[in-house]
Ligand binder design. Structure first.
Ligand SMILES: [Zn+2]
Ligand SMILES: [Zn+2]
Length: 363
């Protein structure tokens, strides 16, 4: 059964995974409005610690008559399904099938998507192949006086580390077949390497998603700082006025003057406390990995800069219906504006003022 049209939102693929898992283990599933109703064999229900009849949804919502299990990261049902499926860390795999795969018109796509600086190029061969995309889902926790948490999803081409934005969203509409058996082990090393490619995109996305949170913390910091300053200013004035009052002994006056002199120091300390209170610490951890195997098209593109030649491998991605970006060999960022160092390493426009980290040549 294809569950994609039932679920929507960022956690949809998790709910889909749980449905596939239940179905493969003998549960009867039926689509209802934005939820899937599940009837489990007694043993399966017992082993998962759930009732035999319930509904699944990526969101928390109320449904009449039937118990609802929301599926999101940290949801007990998802954790147990993943443990039973034998995946650690949370790993799911799916395969895509395309009845039609683009066969021509790639030169037009390349022209539309890429610019090559100081070089020319042409397609030398085109061939269908199978490739993998990796959807890394990370949980972030931004902590300050309050905290905010959420998920970011970064899709990468497994072979090159190219960042393919929106692939995860487009995947929701694809017919997929999920598999819960471990045909291929994904080493921690490989995941770590892919996380290196993903890191700048994770930071940018977390930054975007926490913009209101950061603004609110900044606003409160300035509000509290202003009222603190106003308070100490009023206090200073009041104490200064009290100095001119009659009946104050010399000792009393000296003590008060000393207190007034200490106010700026005290204010500075209080301001420092506020800065600590409202500063924001962000933690990101990898929660789940979805491996998507799909047919795609490998394009060999032959480029020439001066008299030096280089063959570039490009990938036509049938999910996004575009060619995946290339990856800068110096900084590992994905790019569509392609430059070369003297040794024909692929270099992005940000790196063009620097040294190529592959060969040390100034670009
Ligand atoms: Zn670069
Ligand atoms: Zn180089």
């Amino acid at each position: 059964m294809n569950f994609s049209p039932v679920f929507s939102g960022t956690d949809a693929h998790l709910a889909e995974f749980v449905c596939r898992f239940l179905e493969e283990n003998g549960a009867l599933l039926e689509k209802r409005n934005k939820v899937v109703e599940a009837l489990l064999p007694k043993e399966l229900a017992e082993s998962l610690g759930v009732v035999e009849h319930f509904c699944i949804s990526p969101e928390t919502k109320t449904i009449q008559d039937t118990l609802l299990y929301p599926v999101h990261f940290g949801a007990p049902l998802l954790d147990r399904a993943l443990t039973k499926a034998g995946s650690k860390p949370s790993l799911a795999r799916c395969e895509l099938t395309f009845h039609y795969l683009k066969k021509s018109g790639f030169d037009h796509l390349i022209k539309e998507q890429f610019t090559f600086s100081k070089s020319i190029g042409e397609i030398s061969s085109v061939a269908e192949f199978r490739t993998q995309y990796i959807i890394l889902t990370c949980r972030y926790l931004a902590q300050s006086d309050e905290q905010k948490e959420g998920l970011v999803t970064i899709p990468l081409h497994e072979e090159t580390g190219a960042f393919v934005p929106e692939l995860d969203q487009l995947l929701l509409h694809q017919e997929k077949s999920f598999s819960t058996n471990r045909q291929q082990t994904f080493t921690k090393n490989r995941i770590d390497q892919l996380m290196t490619f993903a890191k700048p995109y994770i930071s940018e996305t977390v930054e975007e998603k926490t913009i209101d949170f950061r603004k609110s913390m900044n606003r409160r910091f300035f509000r509290d700082t202003t009222s603190l300053e106003e308070y100490y200013q009023a206090l200073t004035e009041e104490m200064k006025q009290s100095l001119s009052r009659s009946g104050l002994s010399d000792r009393g006056r000296a003590e008060r003057e000393e207190k007034i002199a200490l106010i700026p120091q005290e204010l500075a300390l209080k301001k420092k406390d506020l800065l600590t209170k409202y500063s924001i610490k962000v933690n990101v951890s990898l929660s789940a990995v979805l491996i998507v195997t799909t047919p795609a098209v490998r394009i060999h593109f032959s480029t020439k800069s001066g008299s030096v030649k280089k063959m570039i491998s490009m990938t036509y991605n049938p999910i996004t219906k575009t060619i995946d970006p290339l990856v800068c060999e110096s900084c590992k960022r994905s790019m569509y504006r392609i430059g070369f160092c003297k040794n024909m390493h692929l270099i992005c426009s940000n790196c063009q003022a620097a040294k190529c980290s592959r060969c040390g040549e100034i670009i």
